[in-house]
Design a protein around this ligand. Sequence first.
Ligand code: AMP
Ligand code: MG
Length: 317
Amino acid sequence: MVLGPDELEKAVAILKKNNVLAIPTETVYGLAGNIYSEEAIAKIFELKKRPLNNPLIVHLHKMEQLQEIVKEFPPKAKLLAERFWPGPLTLVLKKGDNVPDLVTGGKDTVAIRIPDHPVTLALLEQLPFPIAAPSANPFNRISPTSAAHVTGYFQDALAVLDGGSCKKGIESTIIGFDGEEPVLYRLGSISKESIEETVGEVRIQNKAKSAPNAPGMMKKHYAPTTKTYLTENAKEMASLMEGKKVGLLRFTGKSEDPKYDHIEVLSPSGDLAEATTNLYGALHRLDSMKLDMIIAERVPNIGLGLSINDRLERATQ
Ligand code: AMP
Ligand code: MG
């Protein structure tokens, strides 16, 4: 069932009945449930087939709600929240006693953000509880950036509140703390440089070490079902392509080339923000075309390009 943005009461009723619902955000669609309902949170894990030790992000609509959720709010967390909320920044902070262990995967920290989407902010304002929402895709699949992507995955098993296609297009940037010092747990739709403008240099958490902390940091994640290769330059892949139906994902350039069955150009004008917004839609389209293989070209490794390349690496492990 797809609910229009004017059908908020239905969405509220679903969540109040301990059911789950897909919601739009500016990053990707989320699979939402009441953080205080064991029944709802269990349904999220079950539908996604997500391991229980993978924590969920708690979504709020205003900063005052933090008192209910966290024990500490370090000064640099506050600076980041003031600059980026509502927006695609997730902060991992010491959890308050109210927050159920099921939401945090048993950790003593909780991941929080205020999403920047008018429909979901209006929904959250009408609810007497915060919601937990991981991305609305089966575990290890490409995140959904439209209501159609969500129904493609879950059909009638999940109602979707349609808020259009996601403006940012990849997951939030996750920042945790080592004492007072910010640590980047997951690259996302805010660049590392933008974070550093606010709080100075941040360390990227070592990937191997961070795996238990953040499934977004797991090696294989966000993956198409079609065999996908990552390269600096698609020309290098010519020998692999012989006699095969091949799709190409490229940053910029031509969208026609007889060597390929289909080409997705992420940004004709070479803009990394636009490329980020288009990334998952392009991967979903390529993955639905019954190709033998997808070749993805790396994008320039600066700013949001780091986040795009990170997702392409995980799609091709
Ligand atoms: P997603 O399923 O795409 O919404 O991803 C949620 C992300 O938030 C995952 O990478 C989680 O591991 C991360 N996350 C949630 N809670 C925590 C936490 N307490 N510590 C570290 N990462 C967390
Ligand atoms: Mg996810």
